[in-house]
Design a protein around this ligand. Sequence first.
Ligand SMILES: Nc1ncnc2c1ncn2[C@@H]1O[C@H](COP(=O)(O)OP(=O)(O)OP(=O)(O)O)[C@@H](O)[C@H]1O
Ligand SMILES: [Mg+2]
Length: 267
Amino acid sequence: MNAASSTALLRVSDVTVRFGGLTAIDKVSFEVLPGELLGLIGPNGAGKTTLLRAITGVVSATDGRVELEGRRIDGLPIDKRILRGMSLSQQLVKPFRDISVIDNVALAAGGAKTMSPLTSLMHVARHQELATARQMLERVGIAQHADQFAATQPLGVLKRLEMARALALKPRLLLLDEPLAGLNSNEARGLADTIAEINRQGVTIVLIEHNLGEVMRICQRLVVLDNGRKIADGPPRAVMDDPVVRAAYLGGDTLGAAAADGDQNHA
Ligand SMILES: Nc1ncnc2c1ncn2[C@@H]1O[C@H](COP(=O)(O)OP(=O)(O)OP(=O)(O)O)[C@@H](O)[C@H]1O
Ligand SMILES: [Mg+2]
């Protein structure tokens, strides 16, 4: 065992997830060190979202183990895993549309304590949750939208709202699933800067993202999945130069051009 493996915040060991006959995740192992901003990338259908869901407990791993700060969590329900310090920002943004932006975040802040939607509703008016919510909106740069209905917000604001909801749980480990998807390049750059800033403030982050330009700019290390398997793990430049990674992207449809900006001489 090396020094890194003994100090990992998150350790995923030989995790397998099967849906019926489909093996979506196949014996994947990786670690996230405290303070890291780790990019989790791979072509469409590679298994990135499924792996994040297995870490948070939204889906059950068929096999393998997940440890947070050295303690096994793969047998725990989602709420217990969240109480241990992790939070997930979803690929599809689904706020409560008919309440304000700040109430959406306050609900999440209240939910961190109670984990029951009904009890958290009663908490909305409470000063502490609203104060936390406002702090989180400021942190993600949308405090000026606090009192507007969530339903009327553009995607760029909703993406930041989803991140504020995740941060309201005060996680040590924040898992982000495609926060930049659907944003134009300026918006994506701005939100990537916000993610890097949140990381600098002490939140360890796993970032799933197809925008490889921003991933390369802000991530300290990359893990690459393809067909449910881990095919690379290391410094961003070295990983992107790896022929195996390039081949995986060439076989896919979304990212071939971004990943294959050099010569290719393998099938
Ligand atoms: N609940 C489910 N039931 C059955 N199959 C599923 C389920 N969730 C995901 N899959 C399958 O598992 C595989 C991995 O999907 P997943 O959504 O994890 O990929 P991804 O890397 O997140 O892709 P994308 O980049 O398109 O979001 C795919 O073949 C997908 O169809
Ligand atoms: Mg996905």
